[in-house]
Ligand binder design. Structure first.
Ligand SMILES: [Zn+2]
Length: 365
């Protein structure tokens, strides 16, 4: 091939790549709308993109950001397909773009490098000057965080940002963290207190024992203690989730979402786990462990939407958030108690009204 041929061919590949990127983004939009990722046992689109499609975290983040922008502003798709704008620029501009300014911004950002788009952004949405101040910064290396999806991600975080935890050999990991003074003092104190049992002062030993204690404490808080689990079976029939039933569900399902996709794979989510009624409470489902399952937030919500519809679940979520803000630090069990109390109040009002209308007292009312 001549040099010229190589360049012409390359250019056509670049064009084809932009067009196929635009097409890929359309598929991502469609998959999210149809919620296919949930059926495939992924707890989020990010999870789907990294685990199922093999994208890097950065690729997944940029492509999903673009997909969500395209859904809102379809005109962006042409710009991506024609290679006028790259995804890194879209990520930078994502909060600025609206229906009214999208054409103007696209024209201004077309063919620009990321650096040039940053300058454009600074002109269009200037930030106030940094206030002069002198303060002691924690001695934290910025390198681990800078540019990671964590700092810019508008995507739902289904898993917290990972620890600096690198495998270095079979079953060996290097854990790296930056301690402040107080943590250092505590580690030194623990090392001293453990010196008989841990004469070499091995830090891993100290941390493992400390984490064991933490896990025990958090598990107790999450699952409740057996002493308070003496709710009657009848309350479970009315949908109450007793602490005992909740604990049983977690013991059975483990600390992982129990959703299994059509492909037979189980959702790997371990964060934001919730207890869900298999037969919903509103359809007479009991609060006994057989009717409970552990789901991640995304799968729990999806299950509810399949039964009650999107609008109802939106309302309930808002209501629950309001309840939680009124009664902070109360968990799911208390929410059910609260609902049960409202139900009992309503029943006694109906009963009173029926008696006033001349109905006889009947124990079934
Ligand atoms: Zn899940």
């Amino acid at each position: 091939m001549s040099n010229e041929e190589i360049l012409v061919e390359l250019k056509s590949f670049v064009g084809a790549e932009s067009r196929s990127l635009a097409r890929l983004i359309v598929y991502l939009v469609e998959i999210e709308e149809r919620r296919l990722h949930l059926e495939l046992a992924c707890s989020s689109m990010f999870d789907f993109c990294t685990r199922r499609l093999g994208f890097s975290e950065g690729e997944a983040f940029r492509r999903l950001t673009a997909a969500r922008l395209v859904r809102r502003l379809p005109v962006l798709l042409d710009a991506i397909a024609s290679g006028r704008i790259h995804l890194s620029s879209l990520v930078l501009l994502r909060d600025l773009l609206t229906e009214t300014n999208v054409d103007e911004i696209l024209a201004a950002a077309s063919g620009k490098t990321k650096r040039e788009v940053e300058e454009l952004l600074a002109r269009m949405a200037p930030k106030p000057d940094v206030m002069p101040s002198i303060r002691r910064l924690p001695d934290r290396s910025a390198s681990g965080r800078h540019g990671s999806s964590r700092t810019v991600s508008p995507l739902p975080q289904t898993t917290p940002p990972s620890l600096q935890l690198k495998p270095i050999a079979e079953s060996r990991y290097r854990v790296q963290l930056t301690a402040n003074e107080s943590l250092r003092d505590k580690l030194e104190l623990a090392r001293a207190l453990m010196s008989h049992r841990n004469p070499s002062g091995d830090l891993a030993e100290i941390i493992e024992q400390a984490v064991d204690l933490l896990i025990e404490k958090l598990s107790k808080e999450k699952l409740g203690t057996s002493s308070r689990a003496r709710r009657s079976k009848s309350s479970a029939k009315h949908g109450y989730v007793t602490r005992a039933a909740r604990r049983e569900a977690f013991e059975r399902d483990g600390m992982q979402c129990s959703f299994v996709g059509e492909n037979g794979e189980r959702c790997p989510a371990r964060c934001f786990l919730e207890v869900d009624h298999v037969t919903p409470l509103a359809l007479g489902g009991s609060g006994q462990a057989e009717n409970l399952r552990v789901l991640c937030r995304a799968h729990n919500r999806d299950a509810a939407e399949r039964v009650f519809g999107h609008a109802y679940v939106e309302d309930r979520t808002r209501e629950r958030r309001r309840e939680a803000s009124i009664r902070p630090n109360k968990g799911l069990v208390e929410t059910h108690h609260f609902r049960q109390r409202k139900f009992v109040e309503a029943r006694s009002q109906v009963r009173g009204a029926l008696l006033a209308l001349g109905f006889r007292v009947d124990s079934r009312i």
